[in-house]
Design a protein around this ligand. Sequence first.
Ligand code: GTP
Ligand code: MG
Length: 183
Amino acid sequence: AGTSLSECKEYLFKILVIGEIGVGKTSLIKRYVHQCFSENYRATIGVDFSLKVINWDSTTLVRLQLWDIAGQERFGNMTRVYYKEAVGALVVFDLTRACTFQAVSKWKQDLDCKVKLPDGRPIPTVLLANKCDQKTNDGSDLSLMDSFCEEAGFLGWFRTSAKENVNVEEAGHFLVEKILENT
Ligand code: GTP
Ligand code: MG
């Protein structure tokens, strides 16, 4: 009997990608959307946009509008404007720089006080431990990540590498799943 048009669902989701300067936000988006990577660092100024279209299943089309927010914006006063009407977020840190992990809670708090779902809950947020190609798993601190995520209100976390394409697709899929639960 095939699928009638009326059964097809289309969604447009605004997703924020935030975290400290140089952690790899732009690189993760480039990997996720265009399947490419560059070693060259060019700081994002303000915000950049990308669109990722996902054929989620035979009746569901998902469009992700990815808002790539410059790390330096945490010290600005534009985040409230950028966060408006977002329905999901990725908070990124750099496994090779501990200070970028320490800033994760600040980004999460900034997020939670400036944007909420229509029903008042925080927007689904996933933590990305990026540049895992540079550091082998030492186990110890990473075992604390699950409890950190629970306390800080992250739905989950992934070790990612934009460079070697580790867990980028998986993290995106996980976030979209959580967002779809709210529709
Ligand atoms: P801002 O725009 O300043 O906030 O930085 P950003 O978070 O967008 O960082 P960007 O993606 O520009 O990456 C910064 C540097 O890290 C670049 O030189 C990238 O090539 C490098 N980089 C990003 N992701 C990875 C990764 O997974 N592994 C490695 N080894 N390097 C990475
Ligand atoms: Mg950038």
